[in-house]
Design a protein around this ligand. Structure first.
Ligand code: HEC
Length: 148
């Protein structure tokens, strides 16, 4: 009897740690997207709109950081967390893990748009921003779910 109880307790604990691990996976996926958003909206779009002064070196640095994040998408999304981050505005569609090869295939278009970025002022940076953003949405349209 004691042994059964211990086994049940171990199983229950295992279940709890699996849930915690899944939450961490979902959080790491959201953190990667938020990091991309910081460079896209926090730096590049502000500059493109003239909210902050145009600064080529800062824009180049943001694009480099963005490219580094984008390259991590296939591995950071290797595991299905099977749950959303609590109170998140967006979640992952289960379609990702039914069609992971297609999900991963959305990434090179973003990488290419970043690599092709040519700009000399806020107006040309706006074109670059819109081009990259459209490629981000090329994945979001299929694989991101609006939760609220
Ligand atoms: C290959 C697919 C894919 C690509 C490419 C992609 N995303 Fe996402 N993104 C997702 C998925 C799936 C979610 C929802 C789950 C999550 O937030 O982790 C998401 C969520 C987000 C969110 C919402 C995060 C939150 O607060 O919950 C932002 C912001 C975002 N992405 C920005 C970007 C930007 C900017 C790019 C392009 C530079 C980009 N994403 C490219 C798949 C992608």
């Amino acid at each position: 009897m004691k042994r059964v109880l211990v086994a049940a307790a171990v199983l229950a604990l295992g279940g709890v740690s699996a849930v915690v691990a899944q939450q961490e996976v979902a959080l790491s996926q959201q953190n990667l997207m938020k990091s991309q958003a910081r460079n896209m909206y926090g730096v590049l779009n502000k500059m493109a709109k003239g909210d902050t002064p145009f600064d080529k070196a800062a824009a180049d640095a943001a694009l480099k950081a963005l490219a580094d994040d984008v390259a991590k998408i296939p591995t950071v999304f290797a595991t299905n967390p099977k749950q959303d981050v609590p109170n998140a505005s967006f979640g992952s569609s289960q379609k990702i893990w039914q069609n992971k090869a297609d999900f991963d295939a959305k990434v090179p278009a973003v990488t290419k748009a970043i690599a092709d970025a040519k700009f000399t002022d806020a107006a040309s940076l706006k074109v670059v921003f819109d081009t990259i953003s459209a490629k981000c949405d090329g994945c979001h349209d299929t694989y991101r779910v609006k939760l609220k």
